[in-house]
Structures are given as structure tokens and as C-alpha cells.
Design a protein around this ligand. Structure first.
Ligand SMILES: Cc1cc2nc3c(=O)[nH]c(=O)nc-3n(C[C@H](O)[C@H](O)[C@H](O)COP(=O)(O)OP(=O)(O)OC[C@H]3O[C@@H](n4cnc5c(N)ncnc54)[C@H](O)[C@@H]3O)c2cc1C
Length: 479
């Protein structure tokens, strides 16, 4: 009976005060309180919602699946907002049409990467490039430049040939290669700043099998030498990921012990017709039997990335991921590792577990806000980027440790950014500095001009976008 009364009270309270919605990212450390979670049933519903909110200038944060390591998806918190503030998800927009005549697929913003991968495979189609995991929403992944590894392949966003996007007034813009190719370079990686993308069209490929070879290598504390060897291997293999070195936290010594071995995988075309078997050992994020030499064959999607069921650990972790011209790779990787080692004495918080340094490559592109944009590259450079990722994994979700490691993560960009022309993955602990961003992203003024057109009242802006991109016209976006 008490429960019944409580329910009535809650309904009344809800009617009086509206329904707040608290947003969390994937590991629950980025959060904000919004007025409501809005999930329109279709594009027209999203446009209507935007039109209604425009007169009040409500804050609107469109999100995918919140799989980021920074506060890109954080809404303006109710406690700061003088206007309504909403989290918007386009998860219900699930239309999909396949055009085999020109090898493109058009689909609504609700599609998650894993579901889309399965749908493509069922139609004998495939992606060329995916991240290690497929837990993201496709538009969410593309909007930050999510990528896999390959010197001759671009990031996920580079597959986009057209899209539909709603501006803050609910007006629809159709952007594609044929009609507004230059604008498409702004919209492929839009950081949620240019409006609600309701639909995208991507280039697809026929399903292709590849051979994945995994090798175990000896680690060395002579990082300069070890990374020089990896750099040579990148010349041999177009598509390769080096997983390591790995370090384990030694509680007694308060130091990182270097594991004796690490491993790398490379992928090659094959005409092998036997069984597909890469999914027998996903080996993502340290899950599976990773440190062993083996060869497997599979459709490219299943050999380079793993579905949610292939992910086994989900403790707090901090991460950086930095892109720089491949020519600097060996020296940069060594200096990143030596810098980390010099900072170890400050890692006093408990529950550190493992530190993994990963290495990948990616083909540069002309998307304005792409971390691998080639606009400021010396023409003598190849246009291929090396990628260093450092993961600080915990054995237990402890905020003190997470914040300690995130603070350290922020320091790598100021330390090495200028030297190696470094750009950070947008959703991974990118230190805020608009001047620096302008240098690495020469097309930022063009991007911001489109941002102003799409969002004249700064409704899509949050603290991350304001401070990272230096959107000075939005200085009083909170009031
Ligand atoms: C465990 C883990 C593993 C990862 N592995 C990789 C990897 O291998 N390679 C890699 O590159 N990255 C990787 N990432 C990073 C991840 O791919 C990106 O952070 C990605 O952006 C997350 O996608 P999401 O759907 O969760 O998007 P969210 O984080 O929810 O959103 C990302 C951005 O997209 C915008 N957005 C979302 N939907 C829309 C829309 N409909 N219209 C306009 N804007 C929109 C948001 O506003 C935000 O700016 C990994 C992240 C995690 C946590």
C-alpha cells in the first residue's frame, strides 16, 4: 500500500517538476543532469523538437553510445543552465537501404556499429575500416574519427559520401559528394557541433576474407631500439597493430614491471577458402589468449574488430590516443614511453593494474576536423600517420586513481604536441587549448563558420567544444 502511495506521489512530482534525466558515459565518470532524454521516433520528430526549442535557445546534446574517454558528450548540467537542457538520442532512426549498383548503404542514425556490421555481412557487404570494438553508434563513432589500423585505409568517417543533418532551427541540410563536396569535409567529423545527423550514406565493399597473423615478440627496455624495429615492420605490413609493450603494476616497488613479451597482428589479402576462425579468439582489450603465435582467416570485419561479446573487462581506465606523421613514429613512441616512466613516481593512488601501449597507422585525409588531416603537413611527408595509444587500466573502479591517471594523460599533448605535430583522438583525454587546435586543424575557421550557421544560438555547444575549439562567439552560452 505504501508503495502505491509513493508511486502516486512520484507521478504528481513528475507532473509538477518534469522528468530529469542523468546522462553517464560508458564508464560512468562523465555525467550531467538534463531536463529529459529525448528520442524522437523519426527525422520529422527530431526537426519538430528542434523547432520548438529554438525560440528558448535550449541546450541540446546529441549522443551516440557514450563510448568516450572525455566529456565531449556532456550536456550542460541543469545546475548551470538557465534554459532547458536535453540529451537527444536518434536511436529510433533505423531505416536502411542497400544500393548494390553503386556499392553504398544509406541508414538512419540509430544504427550501432555492431548491428550494422551484421546487416552488411548478411548482404555480402563489408566495411573497410573499424575500431577494435563495435560498441559504438555508427554516427557517434564517425563523428570523432574512430579508426582501426592501416597505412592505406582511412578512418570510419572517410567512408561517408553523404548525410542528412538538422540544424538548430530544425531545417534539413542534405550534404553529399555531388552537391556540396567541400561541406562534406566539415560534416564527416562534426563532434556533434554541427547539428543532428539523421542519416548517412557510406561506401561499402564486397565481403572480403583476410589472413590475420599474430606474432609474439620480445620486449626490451631499450625503447628506442624496440620501436625502431616496429617502425620497420610497418614498412612491411600495410595493415598492422602492435599490442605492447605491456607493463604490470608492482605494488611493492610502486613501479611498472615490463612484461617480457608483447604481440602484434597483421592482416593480408588471401584466397583461402577454408573455415573462418578469427572469432574463436577475439583478443580485444586483453581478452582472450592473446600472446600466442597463430594465424586465422575471416571476413575483414570479424578479423579486425570484435562484437560486444568479445569484451571481457570493464574496469575504469584512462587512455590517450595521439596521431602524428609516421615519419616521427619511432622517436615519438620512445619519448612517450620514457616520459611515462619519468612520471611513474607520482602514480601513488591504489588499484593500478596494467599499462598497455598500442601502435597503429592510418591514412591521412581532408576532413576538416580529422585527427589525421593533412592540411598542415610538410609535402615531403607521406601523409600516413602513426598512432600511439596508452591505456592505464585499473583492477578496481576507484575515482582517485582514475583522476590521477587522467591528469597524467592530459600532459602528453603539451609535452610532445609541437614537436611531433600531434593530434589527439577527440574522445580521448584531449587537453583543451584552442590555439593549439587551430594550428593542427587549419580548417577550424571554416568549420566554425558552418557551426555558426547551423547553431546560431550556441545550443549544441558544451564546455568541451567551447574550450577545445575556442568558439568565442559562444562565450556566454550558459546565460
Ligand atoms: C573501450 C573503448 C574502445 C574503443 N576503441 C576504439 C578504437 O579501436 N578506435 C577508435 O578510433 N576509437 C575507439 N574508441 C573511441 C570511440 O570509438 C569513440 O569515442 C566514439 O566516438 C564513441 O562512439 P559513441 O557512439 O559512443 O559516441 P558518443 O561518445 O556518444 O558521441 C561521440 C560524438 O558524436 C556525436 N554524435 C553522436 N550521434 C550524433 C548524431 N546523430 N548527430 C550528430 N552528432 C552525433 C556526439 O555529440 C559526440 O560529439 C573506443 C572507446 C572505448 C570506450
Amino acid at each position: 500500500m505504501v508503495g502505491h502511495k509513493l508511486a502516486i506521489l512520484l507521478v504528481l512530482a513528475h507532473a509538477m517538476f518534469g522528468s530529469a534525466y542523468r546522462w553517464f558515459n560508458w564508464q560512468y565518470e562523465v555525467t550531467c543532469e538534463s531536463d529529459a532524454y529525448i528520442a524522437p521516433k523519426d527525422e520529422a520528430g527530431a526537426a519538430k523538437f528542434l523547432r520548438e526549442q529554438y525560440s528558448q535557445g535550449s541546450h541540446i546534446k546529441v549522443v551516440g553510445n557514450g563510448h568516450g574517454f572525455g566529456n565531449l558528450t556532456q550536456c550542460v548540467d541543469q545546475t548551470l543552465a538557465k534554459k532547458p537542457t536535453y540529451i537527444v538520442s536518434l536511436t529510433n532512426l533505423k531505416d536502411l537501404s542497400i544500393h548494390k549498383n553503386n556499392m553504398t548503404v544509406t541508414f538512419g542514425a540509430g544504427w550501432d556499429v555492431d548491428d550494422l556490421s551484421q546487416e552488411l555481412k548478411a548482404n555480402d557487404l563489408s566495411f573497410n575500416n573499424l575500431g577494435v570494438e563495435r560498441v559504438q553508434n555508427f554516427v557517434g563513432a564517425a563523428s570523432t574519427g574512430t579508426h582501426g589500423s592501416g597505412s592505406a585505409i582511412g578512418n570510419i568517417a572517410s567512408q561517408i559520401v553523404g548525410l542528412r543533418v538538422l540544424d538548430a532551427q530544425g531545417n534539413l541540410h542534405v550534404i553529399d559528394e555531388e552537391n556540396n563536396a567541400e561541406e562534406l569535409k566539415a560534416f564527416r567529423i562534426s563532434l556533434g557541433a554541427l547539428g543532428l545527423i539523421t542519416e548517412v550514406t557510406i561506401k561499402v565493399l564486397p565481403t572480403t576474407r583476410v589472413k590475420k597473423t599474430t606474432k609474439v615478440l620480445n620486449a626490451s627496455s631499450n625503447f628506442t631500439q624496440m620501436y625502431s624495429q616496429i617502425a620497420e615492420l610497418y614498412k612491411e605490413h600495410d595493415r598492422m597493430t602492435a599490442w605492447g609493450p605491456h607493463f604490470d603494476w608492482n605494488e611493492e616497488k610502486q613501479d611498472w614491471d615490463l612484461e617480457a613479451t608483447y604481440f602484434l597482428s597483421y592482416w593480408e589479402p588471401t584466397n583461402y577458402t577454408g573455415a573462418s576462425n578469427c572469432t574463436l579468439n577475439y583478443c580485444a582489450n586483453g581478452c582472450g589468449d592473446c600472446k600466442k603465435e597463430y594465424i586465422c582467416y575471416d571476413e575483414v570485419i570479424d578479423s579486425v574488430s570484435c562484437p560486444p561479446q568479445g569484451v571481457c573487462t570493464r574496469e575504469f581506465y584512462a587512455e590517450i590516443e595521439h596521431f602524428f606523421p609516421i615519419e616521427y613514429y619511432a622517436e615519438a613512441a620512445a619519448n612517450y614511453t620514457y616520459f611515462q616512466q619519468s612520471q611513474t613516481p607520482r602514480m601513488k593512488a591504489p588499484y593500478n593494474q596494467q599499462m598497455v601501449i598500442q601502435h597503429r597507422t592510418l591514412k591521412g585525409d581532408d576532413t576538416y576536423m580529422s585527427p589525421v588531416n593533412t592540411y598542415n603537413l610538410d609535402p615531403k611527408l607521406s601523409g600516413v600517420f602513426g598512432i600511439i595509444e596508452i591505456d592505464w587500466l585499473q583492477e578496481y573502479d576507484n575515482f582517485t586513481t582514475l583522476w590521477q591517471n587522467q591528469e597524467l594523460a592530459y600532459e602528453f599533448l603539451p609535452q610532445f604536441g609541437e614537436t611531433y605535430n600531434v593530434r589527439s583522438h577527440w574522445n580521448k583525454m584531449s587537453a583543451p587549448n584552442a590555439t593549439y587546435i587551430q594550428e593542427r586543424f587549419p580548417k577550424l575557421p571554416e568549420f566554425l563558420a558552418i557551426q555558426e550557421r547551423q547553431d546560431p544560438k550556441c545550443q549544441f555547444v558544451n564546455e568541451f567544444l567551447y574550450s577545445q575549439l575556442g568558439i568565442s562567439r559562444c562565450a556566454d552560452y550558459l546565460s
